[in-house]
Design a binder for this molecule. Structure first.
Ligand SMILES: NC(=O)c1ccc[n+]([C@@H]2O[C@H](COP(=O)([O-])OP(=O)(O)OC[C@H]3O[C@@H](n4cnc5c(N)ncnc54)[C@H](O)[C@@H]3O)[C@@H](O)[C@H]2O)c1
Length: 339
């Protein structure tokens, strides 16, 4: 399946790995690839990549796995290593990894030598359905996540769902939360499938990508509809902060979606059945457990200043499946005005 976004394609196919060589030749005439990946993936895929990308001379730049690598320190290290390896402006960076590698390598590609082309090869479920789509790349600061970055489109996104065979179960669940979000905001058939199955097929992966792709095409720079993708994330981020990031993002978003649905029910925006159905699904898939996390314990994290507290927030509610609504000036009852 080939999906077009602006001037590049997302190619999704089982065993595409063995066709990566050809696919890259379609967008790149050079003979050298600079592959940015993390140490987990390097261990598993170094030899496989060398075999698959046999037409190219490969230079690997390997970063430690984990969110801490989306930092200024690792950014500088990667850029320096690329310069020492004599990267030139027309040469291609390949981001082979999860969202951490994709976000960092995409930011490096957008800035080293004032920009070199890059390719996304997402290897985690989250990266396949979410982070590799839409062109946002960047790194974190001690002050917060994703505070430095760019909109930078890759030359192509190559997705082989078979790469998920080596993904740890926890990481799979992490991505599943974003798939469920895509189902709620944009394609109910994904949820129908997940009510009966635990493992996704390529079809649900494609459908989830389609949900994000359509939204991003309408609003590439997050002026309006792209905010729908934040459904469940306001409280998801608050929950992550509360637990000092010891909780997985996807799990936090799963609880965050339930809080958003529950709030919607209380305000007469969301149908009660929608909340009950999603709660049952998230419990069945073990993304959440009872007792559920409740809004009042996290509400103090969601406003960063007094102005936000008094003006309220922009918040995504669901009036029904596939019907997200952005509400402005949303104030929460349990808001802690002293924070
Ligand atoms: N740019 C965007 O639009 C966007 C959207 C959502 C999330 N993100 C970012 O994505 C990041 C999270 O991405 P993630 O969840 O993929 O985390 P990650 O990149 O840390 O990957 C998770 C773990 O899985 C391992 N892994 C990945 N693929 C594997 C495979 N096929 N086999 C074995 N191990 C594998 C990695 O080594 C890592 O340990 C966050 O930094 C987040 O901010 C960005």
């Amino acid at each position: 399946m080939n999906l077009k976004v602006d001037n590049y394609e997302i190619i999704i196919k089982e065993n595409l790995f063995f066709d990566f060589d050809n696919q890259i030749k379609k967008v790149y005439t050079g003979d050298k690839l600079f592959i940015v990946t993390d140490d987990n993936l390097f261990k598993v895929y170094e030899e496989k990549l060398k075999n698959a990308l046999h037409s190219f001379k490969l230079e690997f730049v390997v970063i430690p796995s984990g969110e801490n690598s989306k930092s200024m320190k690792i950014y500088e290290k990667v850029v320096s290593e690329l310069i020492r390896k004599h990267i030139r402006r027309n040469q291609m960076i390949v981001a082979f990894g999860g969202g951490v590698v994709g976000d960092l390598a995409g930011f490096v590609a957008g800035t080293v030598l004032r920009g070199v082309p890059f390719i996304q090869i997402p290897t985690s479920l989250l990266a396949m359905v979410d982070s590799s789509i839409g062109g946002k790349v960047g790194i974190d600061l001690p002050e917060g996540k994703n505070l430095v970055g760019l909109f930078n489109n890759p030359k192509v996104v190559l997705i082989d769902p078979n790469l998920l065979q080596t993904l740890p179960v926890d990481e799979y669940r992490n991505g599943l939360a974003e798939v469920i979000k895509a189902g709620i905001i944009g394609d109910y058939s994904i949820l129908e499938y997940l009510k009966k199955h635990d493992k996704l097929t390529i079809n649900e992966i494609i459908k989830s990508i389609e949900v994000k792709r359509k939204i991003v095409l309408k609003d590439p720079f997050e002026k309006n509809e792209r905010m729908y993708l934040n459904f469940g994330h306001t409280f998801g981020h608050a929950i992550e902060r509360h637990f000092d990031y010891a909780i997985k993002h996807g799990i936090a978003v799963a609880y965050g979606m339930l809080i958003a649905l529950d709030e919607g029910v209380k305000r007469g925006i969301t149908k009660k059945e929608l909340y009950e159905e999603i709660k049952a699904l998230l419990l069945r898939l073990k993304l959440v457990k009872e007792p559920l996390l409740v809004m009042k314990d996290f509400v103090s994290y969601i406003a960063s200043d007094k102005k936000q507290l008094s003006d309220g927030l922009r918040f995504v509610f669901m009036s029904d499946y596939e019907k997200p609504e952005i509400h402005k000036g949303v104030i929460f009852d349990a808001w802690n005005y002293t924070k």
